[in-house]
Write a protein that binds this ligand. Structure first.
Ligand SMILES: *Cc1c(COP(=O)(O)O)cnc(C)c1O
Length: 464
């Protein structure tokens, strides 16, 4: 063996000890670490001929880059929908690299990782009160999960018109409908060859982001029996508005459509007895997207794609790795290779398995309740503040708001506030108007963090 690798393996104990110490150094201080760093000037040297080894690389990284790592997993990073990482999830993620399984097949010889992935999906569905009607698999994020669900939907729509799209290509136009689709849904349509502009926008209810069902039904009628793919939001990223899933499902009896539910983070409302009703009927969906790196607090990147088992044949037609005959009949030999976009896959289920096993139903109910309470506290502040105004009621765990006056100063305000490095929020557009949002999904976020945020916001307002 090359001497360097021999030395590395001999000092594995020291290397992993150092990783552990560095990890502790970061995680124990995460609440004090900056949430953004303005000066990102770093040394970016070229490739060495002679490598410096893992321990020296750890030192180099610590010296040059570690201080530039932002506390996105900390308690006051409220931009996008950014979850943290619980200890069990970190353990699982670390071990994913250690075991380094290439998770594919559940049959025959080989490793058990695909069986444990299916078990993880089963536990997650149990947590979210979903029946065992779905074939699930791990993908990198809700974007890939939306892509996966919509890809099978596309195959379904083709079949309804007697075409095998996986072989023939998209050709004729697909009909896709949505009221307030996440940007990743639109991106998926572009990746799928359906075209990002080919979405029939269903009107939203007055002052809401949720679908106007009367308009939806009108559009369905206008399609005169053509297969339709419906993307349903549960909930939207700005105001966490939920389409009325139960009513949409009821329309399935009269109209021919595929129901895809994007429940990237809103799906975790199912953990809360008081909010579970928002998802009523979702077990009737054809496909569902759930992110694990948001409200589940599993580190990036992790999401689940659920597609109804009765559509497995369609899912295989879509993703079959058909030029690999050694795999056998994909209906007999379940392999993720034929069900999901990626072929080689890491054992991405492991951090989620560790989390579900470590914290159980009560742990996740607490995390969800915590996010809801923090959002309410922050929403209460915004509502009573003389400087800010709420743009939507706090429906779940996101607060969408803006400056009460001088809306044009909002980018400057956000920049100023974020640059202080104690709190991080992201800008957005709500019905075409500038807004800001704070998303509460990190299990570390406590009431004291709301107080820090309020102080930071008021200081950022000074001299604006
Ligand atoms: C975050 C999000 C996505 C995209 O998810 P990624 O994990 O970033 O790929 C899709 N839909 C909704 C509703 C989201 O909140």
């Amino acid at each position: 063996m090359f001497e360097l690798f021999e030395n590395e393996l001999n000092s594995l104990d020291d290397i992993l000890d150092q990783v552990k110490n560095d990890s502790l150094g970061f995680l124990e201080k995460i609440h004090e670490k900056p949430t953004s760093i303005a000066d990102q000037s770093v040394a970016l040297p070229g490739l060495n001929a002679v490598g410096i080894g893992a321990l020296a690389s750890l030192d180099y990284f610590k010296q040059h880059y570690e201080k530039l790592m932002v506390a996105s997993g900390g308690p006051r990073y409220w931009g996008f929908v950014t979850g943290g990482a619980t200890p069990a999830a970190i353990a699982g993620d670390w071990l994913t690299a250690v075991y380094d399984q290439n998770t594919q097949s559940v049959q025959g010889e080989g490793d058990v990782s695909a069986i444990l992935e299916q078990q993880t999906i089963r536990l997650l569905c149990e947590l979210l009160h979903l029946p065992e009607d779905f074939q699930g698999g791990f993908v990198t994020g809700a974007t890939m999960s939306n892509f996966t669900g919509l890809a099978v939907a596309r195959q379904w729509a083709g079949e309804q018109s007697g075409r095998d799209i996986s072989r023939e290509g998209v050709g004729g136009q697909m009909v896709v409908m949505a009221a307030t689709p996440h940007s990743s849904v639109v991106k998926s349509l572009s990746m799928l060859g359906i075209g990002s502009s080919n979405v029939i926008r269903i009107a939203a209810l007055e002052g809401r982001e949720a679908m106007d069902l009367a308009d939806f039904e009108r559009q369905l009628k206008a399609c005169a029996g053509r297969p339709v793919i419906v993307n349903c939001s549960a909930g939207t990223v700005n105001t966490v508005d939920f389409d009325d899933i139960k009513a949409i499902v009821a329309l399935k009896k009269r109209y021919n459509f595929w129901l895809h539910i994007d429940a990237a983070f809103g799906g975790f409302a199912a953990c809360s007895p008081s909010y579970r009703h928002l998802l009523e009927g979702w077990e009737q969906a054809d496909s569902i997207t759930i992110d694990c790196h948001k409200w589940m607090n599993v580190p990036y990147d992790s999401a689940v794609s659920l597609v109804r088992k009765s559509h497995s044949r369609l899912q295989i037609s879509t993703f079959q790795n058909s030029n690999a005959p050694y795999l056998g009949d994909p209906l007999d030999n379940f392999s993720y290779l034929n069900f999901l976009p990626e072929n080689s896959r890491r054992f991405r289920a492991l951090p989620a398995w560790f989390s579900l096993t470590a914290y159980g139903r009560n742990g996740f109910e607490w995390i969800v309740q915590n996010g809801i309470e923090r959002a309410q506290e922050f929403g209460d502040y915004i509502e009573t503040s003389e400087h800010f105004e709420l743009l939507a009621p706090v429906r779940l765990n996101v607060v969408c708001f803006r400056l009460k006056s001088g809306v044009e100063r909002m980018p400057e305000f956000l920049k100023k506030m974020n640059r202080r490095g104690k709190i991080f929020m992201t800008p957005t557009l709500l019905s075409g108007h500038s807004a800001m949002r704070a998303a509460f999904v990190n299990y570390r976020t406590g009431n004291q963090d709301i107080l820090v945020a309020i102080r930071e916001m008021e200081e950022a307002l000074q001299g604006l």
